[in-house]
Design a protein around this ligand. Sequence first.
Ligand SMILES: Cc1ncc(COP(=O)(O)O)c(C=O)c1O
Ligand SMILES: N[C@@H](CCOP(=O)(O)O)C(=O)O
Length: 579
Amino acid sequence: MSDSATPVGLAVPTRKPAPATVEEPKDTTHTPSQRYLSTRGGDYGLSFEEVVLKGLAADGGLFIPEEIPQLPRDWQTKWQKLSFSELALEILSLYISSSEIPPADLKEIIDRSYSTFRAQETTPLVALNAQDNLYLLELFHGPTFAFKDVALQLLGNLFEYFLVRRNKGKTGRDRHHLTVVGATSGDTGSAAIYGLRGKKDVSVFILHPKGRVSPVQEAQMTTVLDANVHNLAVEGTFDDCQDTVKALFADPQINEILNLGAVNSINWARILAQTTYYFHAYFALLKSKSYEPGHKVRFVVPTGNFGDILAGYFAKRMGLPIEKLVVATNENDILDRFWKTGHYEKKAVHGKEAEGGIPADGAKAHEDGVRETLSPAMDILVSSNFERLLWFLAYEFAAEAGMDDEWNKKQAGQEVESWLKKLKSNGGFGVHADILKFANRDFESERVSDVQTLETIRKFYATPLSNGTTNSAGSKGGYVLDPHSAIGVAASLRSMKRASPSKTHHVSLATAHPAKFANAVDLALKDEEGFTFDTVLPEEFVGLEQKERRVKVVPKDAGWEGVRTIVQDEVEEELRGAS
Ligand SMILES: Cc1ncc(COP(=O)(O)O)c(C=O)c1O
Ligand SMILES: N[C@@H](CCOP(=O)(O)O)C(=O)O
């Protein structure tokens, strides 16, 4: 199933229908401790705390729960009136047993994490076009104005909780010190820094591609001067940053010395935390006047590293009635191409490119293969989290052979490993037609160009909100979308042509505040009557770019070993300073 030219099947003896994926609802009052395994077959049986602190498995794989818990029988009735934090507590309790984190502690961690959000509902649902049942799920009301805050406020507090517990009664070098290393195209970095700044026993190193994040994102990260925060501007792409982080995790020696921790969506806690807003949006939709029993719900997700939409997949697998999840990519469209062809290939065969490397439909293509688009947080060549979905697809495929569950899991791990080897050596791989069929059962995909992104921003600015909802982005006209959210909305409009809006509600995820991406928004709206950027500028951003900064440039040829040296030296210096 992994030959990139001709997809072939696993060598399996027989084929039976796959077992039903939705199990009978269970009593979850006493959740047993959830155990985790790696997508590449190793690291069986780890606890939640272990996977949160480790981030990435020793075999290079990503952690997934051994079982996806099913919703309790009466979840709709019991959960429909819950606040965001209460809902998060219910969902997280299905994955974290009370013996790992006592419920009162978990509640306190969650409440504290979401107390930093500006919106009372944490992630409000706004009707963008009520007539056609198109909604926007605003995920940008946290401290750094992007959806990452939902998970990273929580993850920062979880790290702190585990470290306080591990370090009880310990002093000096005996204390467990966590060295977080993360790669960012702009948003994860700032959200991680805001979630971890000043926390005891944690150092945080964030690698961003130099000059390829927005000015506000860069300022958000580099103006945080706490001693435990270290910004590294890497001469390269986001994928170079991500590869460096993975190389550090793969080095057992540095892992042993520094106790590396992850803040990227390779960390399972990120995905788990993000499932809450799918449930929250669903309940908000049920309360809307237009929703009637029997209506369907689609979530449309601007996608880069595949973390956000994967949270929706878990929500669906737990039992949330989502009809489809729609992947919306920018011109870095490896995922869209996968859903259209069954081939996951780094190199795209794009349409005719215009002169000077500017393709006919928009963004500039760099030599390294990444296109520099108006939605830079999604300028990603390889989506690291897609590996988790691949495991579930391979598992389902293996299960068709009718062997036992252990065999299926082992087979899935081997298959993922072999695909990823091919991705590394050949630049891509193809999957069996059945695997693509499974993928298409839960997902659809769309690719949105820069030109279409700008058109969408203009369209919704020019359309006053139909139901009189105040525009949470604060402009005087219609709604001001950031370019990433605009990609979701453009994809939603296409999905609405396939799924009748009278019976299907579309929830499009608004992943960032428009002020984070002023260049793109300005480009779209500068000629619109009455538009000035001041109408959407949050007071937190005023004067931000003039503040003092701290950042170290990592030259292109430094390699991951160069970054390792920087990390080791700076942690040592920090620890000396603290003692
Ligand atoms: C604003 C914004 N939208 C969308 C995405 C894509 O999300 P994911 O990487 O989880 O697919 C990102 C970055 O990850 C982002 O920062
Ligand atoms: N868009 C992201 C890229 C990193 O993705 P992550 O979700 O895996 O952390 C960013 O803004 O950094």
